[in-house]
Design a binder for this molecule. Structure first.
Ligand code: 5RP
Ligand code: FE2
Length: 220
């Protein structure tokens, strides 16, 4: 295994009435970062949360907060998420005609820039942009909803992404998002995942027990 694997709980699956408490539970249980899914009802068929949630969570945790922007023209909101306290912003090339500019803008704000690809998008984007990013996120479900099953072809894509990463930007962590649970985590880690985003697998039930079970499932 390349390095220690990090867990990024996705608050999309948390109890929103107790969001601060749930994030504190995840932090106490050893989660390494917090994943915040931002949806606009256009790029994906769902609405979720915006910078105010990042700002609120910034006050209750010292963990890095990453904003996964599933919104059209994400560059419009980079400064808002930076001001709210995000440490990393992840953008989709499918959502903007100028993804290179969006990544540049994120870095100009002093944040980590992350690129995310949907399951149907060619990995070519990573070939072009890996040298420009600090995080590579592979969607392992179609974006928009939590609780979906991992798309099996993601595993082969993950291996190809790992080879690209090793060649073009060896220090860039690979993150996977969607359908990560105790059944799938080991295979994802074997194929190259460094960071596991997990929503339902962390927040449905007892958070500390779930995080422990997830770590045990890949032998940590
Ligand atoms: O980006 C996302 C959905 O668009 C979420 O991060 C992801 O689906 C997490 O949910 P789960 O772990 O329950 O699959
Ligand atoms: Fe996400």
């Amino acid at each position: 295994m390349r390095q220690s694997i990090q867990i990024a709980p996705s608050v999309l699956a948390a109890d929103f009435a107790r969001l601060g408490e749930q994030v504190a539970e995840a932090e106490a249980a050893g989660a390494e970062l917090i994943h915040i899914d931002v949806m606009d009802g256009r790029f994906v068929p769902n609405l979720s949360m915006g910078p105010v949630v990042v700002e609120a969570l910034r006050r209750v945790t010292s963990l890095p907060l990453e904003a996964h922007l599933m919104i059209l023209e994400p560059e419009r909101y980079v400064s808002d998420f930076a001001a709210a306290g995000a440490s990393c912003i992840l953008v989709h090339p499918e959502a903007t005609p100028n993804v290179h500019r969006a990544l540049q803008l994120i870095r100009e704000h002093g944040l980590k820039a992350g690129l995310v690809l949907n399951p149907g998008t060619p990995l070519t984007y990573f070939e072009n942009l890996l040298p420009e990013i600090e995080q590579a996120l592979l969607m392992t479900v179609n974006p928009g909803f939590g609780g979906q099953a991992l798309i099996p072809s993601s595993l082969e894509r993950l291996e190809r992404l790992r080879a690209l990463r090793n060649r073009l930007n060896p220090t860039c962590p690979i993150e996977v998002d969607g359908g990560v649970n105790t059944e799938t985590a080991l295979e994802l880690v074997r194929r190259g995942a460094d960071i596991l985003v997990a929503g339902s697998a962390v927040f449905k039930g007892e958070v500390a027990r779930n995080i422990q079970a997830l770590r045990e499932s890949y032998g940590a």
